[in-house]
Design a protein around this ligand. Structure first.
Ligand SMILES: [Zn+2]
Length: 125
């Protein structure tokens, strides 16, 4: 599906900003679709299974739903700020130290805001 987005000079692994923007926007659309779908399935679940679920199950399901909603929200915020950095011409720079983030890291996660070293420091905090 992404074959059409290949740039003519694909000799290096350095993708241009258009490529990252497309990736980010595709991911954002995906997340919005996921959260819309989850909202629908929760309502269905409530309507069809009410009274059959034990209170514990219902609470657990609710917790899981909240957790996944929270993750989608965080991801959407990360993507929004990455798109903002693209607009500002700061994309690919680490938010903490200002060094360039490794291209391979951005390829895996275009929304990455920190270089590997700074991400590790934050995780260990
Ligand atoms: Zn850094």
């Amino acid at each position: 599906m992404s074959e059409a987005t290949k740039s003519p000079d694909d000799s290096s692994s350095n993708h241009d900003e258009t490529w990252f923007r497309q990736r980010l926007e595709a991911r954002r659309a995906e997340l919005i679709a996921i959260s819309a779908q989850e909202d629908r399935s929760t309502i269905e679940l409530d309507q069809t299974r009410v009274g059959r679920l034990s209170r514990m199950d219902a609470m657990q399901g609710h917790e899981m739903h909240l957790e996944s909603k929270r993750r989608v929200k965080i991801d959407l915020a990360r993507i929004a700020s990455a798109l903002q950095r693209l607009d500002d011409g700061e994309f690919g720079e680490c938010l903490d130290c200002g060094e360039n983030i490794a291209p391979g890291r951005l390829e895996i996660d275009p929304a990455a805001a920190l270089c590997v070293a700074c991400a590790e420091v934050r995780e260990n905090r």
